[in-house]
Write a protein that binds this ligand. Structure first.
Ligand code: IPM
Ligand code: MG
Length: 360
């Protein structure tokens, strides 16, 4: 039988994106080889800010067609100091997420071995969350406009748009994910006290979908109070579902509480698999440290674990995750974001060694 080969589209993007994606590709290839049951073929696409400067757009017009047939996408980061952020975002990341209907953005948060949380309440206790971010509509729907530019009458709107279909599918996804985890517990984040239309519908649909999952316990939390609960009572949370913007903000808080934004992974999933899903570190382009060789590749490695799980390679995923945890446990391999002096290459080599080691 021919060995299964997964086609991966790598889009390193801007800033430290290329540094961490190169490291991620190395690790993916190594873990595939170590397990022997599958291979990866990586195609690189040089889209992003530099591409924009040459071509006036972040990716070619037929860009999506070039990656539509791939099994998964490994994304670095989009963002460039010379280009407005809304152009880099909408021209690349959202230009992939939205048409590929990657409506479930999954962001696991754990304090990995060797990492110190800034929370006193956490060290020595468990912090194990997964944030599910609605990733196709809400505050990021792109609905709105701007008129009378520059005049005193100038006006602008960004309309948060919620559809019944969009809310039902993300709630179902979140309840299902909560059910797959030991605590079977979901917290639905809302702001229905102030936002009396869409957020009230959001709450109603949550209650309706909850009835399909009698074995999952759930509660509801206003987003402002949620920030307090995350800091003060982190052990009371497990799976969390929130709107696009709420979860964007909460997931940065979550990443910081788990020790560093440099570690946090994310998966942009099309659960129906009609399109490839996209995996990326949360940290962004970090131009201040670009080219210095000190970017933390762990966020990309953990995102690669999520990719392997999605591809149906749980053994390889678990092996890579164990390798990551062995490396974070050793302070010699902490990059500056974790208070250490290690370089991207040191961390990558250590993870490669761990993958090849007998006990991983
Ligand atoms: C994230 C990021 C992006 C977002 C930025 C880069 C636009 O913060 O993935 O959380 O807001 O979606
Ligand atoms: Mg964010």
């Amino acid at each position: 039988m021919a060995m299964k080969t997964y086609a991966i589209a790598a889009i390193p993007g801007d800033g430290i994106g290329p540094e961490v994606v190169d490291a991620g590709v190395e690790v993916l290839e190594a873990v595939a080889k170590r397990d022997g049951g599958f291979a990866v073929r990586v195609d690189r696409f040089d889209w992003g800010g530099d591409y924009y400067k040459k071509h006036g757009r972040m990716m070619p017009e037929n860009g999506r067609d070039l990656i539509r047939k791939h099994d998964a996408i490994l994304f670095g980061s989009a963002g460039h100091p010379d280009i407005p952020d809304h152009i880099t975002l909408w021209g690349l990341r959202l230009a992939i997420c939205q048409p590929f209907d990657q409506y479930a953005n999954v962001r696991p948060t754990r304090v990995l071995p060797g990492i110190t949380s800034p929370l006193r309440a956490v060290n020595g206790h468990e912090l194990d969350w997964v944030i599910v971010r609605e990733n196709s509509e809400g505050e990021y729907a792109g609905v709105g406009g701007r008129v009378h530019r520059g005049s005193p009458l100038e006006a602008a709107t960004d309309v948060a748009m919620f559809t019944r279909a969009g809310v039902e599918r993300i709630m179902r996804f979140a309840f299902r994910l909560a059910r797959s985890r030991p605590r079977k517990f979901l917290t639905v984040v809302t702001k229905s006290n102030a936002q009396r239309h869409a957020m009230v519908m959001w709450d109603e649909i949550a209650a309706q979908i909850a009835a399909e999952f009698p074995d999952v316990k759930w509660d509801k939390m206003l987003v402002d109070a949620m920030t307090m609960r995350m800091v003060m009572r982190p052990q009371t949370l497990d799976t969390i579902v929130a709107t696009n913007l709420h979860a964007d903000i909460l997931s940065d808080l979550a990443a910081a509480l788990a020790g560093s934004l440099g570690i946090a992974p994310t998966a942009n999933l099309n659960p129906e698999r009609a399109f490839p899903s996209m995996f990326e570190p949360i940290h962004g382009s970090a131009f201040d440290i670009m080219g210095k060789g000190i970017a933390n590749p762990i966020g990309t490695f953990w995102s690669s674990v999520m990719m392997l799980e999605h591809l149906g390679e749980p053994k390889a995923a678990a092996r890579l995750m164990r390798g990551i945890e062995m490396v974070t446990a050793d302070r010699r391999f902490h990059t500056p974001d974790l208070g250490g002096v290690a370089r991207t290459a040191d961390v990558t080599t250590a993870v490669l060694d761990a993958i090849h080691g007998a006990n991983v």
